[in-house]
Ligand binder design. Structure first.
Ligand code: ADP
Ligand code: ZN
Ligand code: ZN
Length: 797
């Protein structure tokens, strides 16, 4: 028996299968989709069996043996392996990298295999041997006959192999605080004047009536206050194990399908037909925020389940939308698996296994959930399809939409793309009829869209208002506080980081390894590089001119929070940004607290623009809408429009009317003015015109070649050579731009250059690029040059 094996070696030259002989003792269970160790060069490497066959062109004397069979049952289905083939062609990725990306992290390494019974027969026949704690050790000493019987039972399904995922992080612990017995509201009132922070913490604990982690006790200073209370014995502190299932123990009230409105019904009918008759089609639902898209997804999935099939639902970084997960759990209960990046390795593996074993029928997850190992998929839904997080920015550089369509073609099932602000690429395809367009223009219950005001910050400055809050926004927040309603405030930090600048000479501290300004971190009083992590202490005088006027510039969420406390005495703010949400579950807890009305304002970065659905939010504000507009990226207007529309959708989703204030220095830019009118198609037409004139997607395809080297000259020379090669090899139609320095020309001491290829039709492109990669890898082996290709670039930086 011969196995064709893809080896996990990151080189273009070996991106093909190699033949290996399968030794007698592995033949029983070796199968396509199993991982192996094979000898390759000086040491064994991991690989995937893609095919088994009887003979090889390599003479037996030169054929080497598979050294070890890592999996006793395939970890990848045949369908996923085929999907990998196509994804590799489309993205020019190495096959091994795609196959690995399809597995949960815990399954990318070798693991200890425990064998247990999976059926009554298995139990009966092997009771004296089971469980086998470590298969690999056991089989070395086992009699051949016994070993063979066991493997046969594994193959038949009477026994199952349970990988032992590292238990290191199986249980995480955290400190929690609880009010001591005897703490009364009266006592808290007494404390309030002398120790307001402590009183605040105590009030929260009393109200919660259970132990809370520090992340739920408020923002700055909560830990200190809690510790002080522990010393006074008013609060008890203990350690608690953080639950492995982030949703365990949470009561989910089951709910039922709602009676659909006309738009919803029409969309469901179309999608339902594709489900019912099992034909593949891509649907694009463009529906304003709150038009009831999610309800359509839920009912479409119901039909899929009735047919005995499975559903994959992708949402952007799911940890950010606990409310969404909740809705799927309410409808489908324990049939739902959840996969997102905040889960530990072990948790991810648990969810993956539930899917593989068919114990769940619906997976709700972020990008990589598109590879869920279901065997009979009936629908793939991509919510907020325009989100850039669906594109993986490291190898393999695939887009989830691309993978979804490949899989859906195989299963003859629909793909549903949903968004209030579709990507231009997808919407253009829908307009041309490549995708089927379904439109939902109205909010459920005839709820009107929020009223959007644009505030010209230049005028505010002229009136003498130097604060980061305009008068109209501030007045609106005050009136909400009086009425007991809530506000969300977004500070868009992209391209607007908080840096230090000398007011005398204009000096801005830069990272020593990257061409980027250092970001000021208040909590550690340091300057940090967001690309390489380089850290330095805050200078007290300017290193250039020795002036002491070196100050914090720009605005971070912390700074905004402080100013809010100053201008709105008594205001309660919950801040949500990378600093307050790194801990698992903290995001959800902050939202829960806001939902319960424990704060007037939810202040945050982009992450608050998505998925929030609280009836009491009647005001949404954007502090600096144009911060993203001037980035060197052809999608910056599109992203601005999408983000502002998303945020506007947070206000007034229920009975109460919503209002939105957008502060900007470019009030006339169409990406901002079209948000006022909730006019997606208006924006789309203007933006499409500019894309056509500029020669950008969706009119042209782009492929980007990135080159980097620690030596500037070598980087430039290599990129020039690539540019020349491409000009010679591609047709006259293709435009090759560059070489130019990347917008961030140096990261981690590597100089970065790029060539952009713009083209309409270039059938030979992928072959040309592949042969280029191969030639280069040979030539540059052992040197410091790095080359990568992105066939559908999202990050222009
Ligand atoms: P979207 O996903 O388009 O933003 P949702 O599906 O979240 O919209 O719907 C917005 C709100 O309207 C939700 O609270 C949802 O429960 C409610 N809703 C949706 N469809 C219906 C319906 N047919 N009848 C009553 N309420 C509905
Ligand atoms: Zn200076
Ligand atoms: Zn750096």
């Amino acid at each position: 028996m011969i196995a064709e094996v893809i080896v996990d070696v990151p080189a273009q030259a070996v991106d093909r299968t190699f033949d290996y002989a399968v030794p007698e003792n592995m033949r029983q269970t070796a199968a396509p989709g199993c991982r192996v160790h094979v000898p390759f060069g000086p040491r064994p490497v991991q690989g995937f069996i893609t095919k088994l066959k009887e003979s090889s062109d390599i003479p037996p004397s030169r054929l080497r043996d598979v050294q070890k069979l890592i999996d006793l049952t395939p970890v990848l289905t045949e369908e996923l392996m085929k999907t990998a083939d196509r994804l590799c062609q489309e993205t020019l990725s190495l096959k091994a990298s795609v196959l690995k990306a399809m597995l949960p992290q815990a399954m990318r390494a070798v693991y200890r295999k425990k064998v247990i019974a999976a059926s009554a027969a298995g139990e009966r026949h092997f009771s004296s041997l089971l469980p086998i704690e470590d298969w690999d050790t056991w089989q070395q000493h086992a009699p051949a006959a016994e070993r063979s019987q066991l493997l046969a039972a594994v193959k038949k399904g009477d026994l199952t192999v349970e990988p032992q995922v590292s238990t290191k992080e199986a249980s995480k612990k955290q400190f929690v605080y609880e009010a001591a017995a005897g703490v009364s509201p009266a006592l808290i009132d007494e404390m309030a004047s002398k120790a307001p922070k402590q009183a605040d913490v105590l009030r929260k604990l009393l109200k919660a009536d259970k132990a809370l982690p520090v992340s739920m006790l408020g923002s700055d200073g909560a830990r200190g206050a809690a510790e002080a209370l522990v010393k006074k014995q008013l609060v008890l502190k203990r350690q608690e194990i953080v639950e492995r299932d982030p949703f365990a123990g949470r009561d989910v009230q089951p709910d039922e399908a709602l009676l659909l409105f006309d738009d919803q019904k029409q969309a469901l009918d179309k999608i339902g037909a594709s489900v019912q008759e099992a034909f593949h089609r891509v649907f694009m639902i463009r529906g304003v925020t709150g038009s009831g898209k999610t309800e359509v997804y839920l009912q479409a999935i119901e039909r899929v389940l009735q047919k005995g099939k499975e559903a994959v639902v992708l949402v952007p970084e799911i940890s950010l939308t606990p409310q969404m997960v909740h809705r799927f759990r309410a409808r489908f209960g324990s049939l739902v698996a959840v996969m997102h990046s905040a889960l530990s390795k072990g948790e991810k593996y648990d969810e993956w296994r539930k899917i593989r074993e068919g114990r769940v029928k619906v997976v709700v997850g972020a990008r990589s959930a598109v590879f869920a190992p279901f065997k009979n998929i009936g629908i793939i839904i991509i919510d907020e399809e325009h989100e850039s997080s669906y594109k993986q920015e490291e190898a393999p550089r695939y887009h989830a939409r691309q993978a979804a369509i490949i899989r859906a073609e195989h299963f003859s099932c629909p793909v549903v793309l949903g968004s209030a602000t579709p990507s231009l690429e997808s919407y253009a395809r829908a307009e041309k009829g490549v995708y089927e367009l379904l439109t939902m223009e109205n909010r459920v219950n005839e709820q009107v869209m929020p009223f959007v005001h644009v505030v010209d910050m230049r005028a505010q400055l002229k009136e003498g208002n130097r604060s980061m809050f305009s008068r109209p926004l501030l007045d609106a927040i005050k009136s909400r506080m009086e009425k007991g309603e809530q506000t969300v405030l977004m500070l868009n930090r992209r391209g607007y980081s908080s840096f230090i600048m000398c007011r005398d000479c204009g000096y801005v501290p830069q990272c020593r390894h990257c061409d980027i300004s250092l970001t000021y971190h208040r909590s550690s009083h340091s300057l940090q590089c967001h690309y390489c992590g380089y850290l330095e202490t805050l200078p007290s005088s300017c290193p250039e001119c020795e002036s002491d006027q070196i100050r914090f510039f720009g605005t971070g969420t912390q700074k905004v929070e402080e100013e809010l406390y100053q201008v709105l005495p008594g205001v309660k703010v919950i801040r949500m940004d990378v600093d307050t949400t790194t801990r698992k579950g903290s995001h959800e807890r902050l939202l829960e607290s806001f939902g319960k009305g424990e704060a007037d304002i939810l202040l945050g970065t982009q992450m608050i623009a998505k998925g929030l659905d609280f009836p009491n939010i009647t005001l949404a504000g954007v502090l600096a809408a144009d911060s993203m507009l001037h980035l060197p990226d052809f999608r910056s207007a599109e992203r601005t429009f999408q983000l502002l529309t998303q945020l506007a959708g947070r206000a007034g989703r229920h009975e109460k009317l919503g209002e939105v204030f957008i502060q900007t220095y470019s009030p006339d830019h169409y990406s901002i003015s079209d948000v006022i009118k909730h006019d997606f198609t208006g924006f789309y037409e203007k933006e499409m015109y500019l894309r056509r004139v500029g020669g950008y997607p969706p009119y042209y395809f782009l492929t980007m070649v990135h080159v980097s080297h620690t030596d500037l000259n070598q980087a430039v020379a290599a990129t020039e050579k690539i540019g020349a090669f491409l000009r010679n090899s591609l047709s006259q139609q293709a435009k090759i731009l560059g070489p130019v320095a990347s917008p961030i020309p140096r990261i981690k001491d590597r100089y970065r250059y790029q060539c952009m290829i713009k083209y309409k039709r270039e059938p030979d492109l992928s072959n040309v690029l592949k042969s280029m990669l191969r030639a280069w890898q040979k030539e540059t082996a052992g040197t410091d040059l790095q080359l990568s290709i992105d066939t559908n670039p999202y990050m222009m930086m």
